[in-house]
Design a protein around this ligand. Structure first.
Ligand code: HEM
Length: 81
């Protein structure tokens, strides 16, 4: 994800608003670039919040959630199996 693709970067650690990884899931569902594509399981509001928080936290690769001490809204998100 750090390397991105031929279309450029998809992730800017610390800047979720400039990261296509986040921008695309926030696009209206009827947009061609919305992710995941229509008809595929969509991210929940909590998953989008977690993704935004993780990118803004610098997209850490190894730290546990506990180590990163997220805000209560994020630590309240139940871990999925
Ligand atoms: C079932 C789930 C998904 C499918 C089938 C899927 C499929 C695709 C396909 C076919 C592309 C290339 C065409 C295009 O650029 O529009 C793409 C690109 C992309 N997808 Fe998804 N996607 C899924 C989920 C997601 C999710 C959850 C995210 C974000 C968290 C995401 C973020 C992106 C991004 C940022 C690109 C552009 C990558 C680039 O610049 O090369 N996708 N996806």
């Amino acid at each position: 994800m750090q390397k991105g693709s031929e279309d450029g970067f998809v992730l800017k650690p610390g800047q979720s608003a400039q990261s296509p990884l986040v921008q695309r899931v926030l696009l209206p569902a009827d947009s061609d670039d919305h992710m995941p594509p229509v008809g595929k399981p969509q991210l929940t509001v909590a998953e989008i919040a977690l993704l935004k928080w993780w990118v803004d936290a610098g997209a850490p690769e190894t730290n546990t959630l506990g180590q990163l001490q997220p805000v209560s809204e994020i630590s309240a998100i139940p871990a999925t199996k």
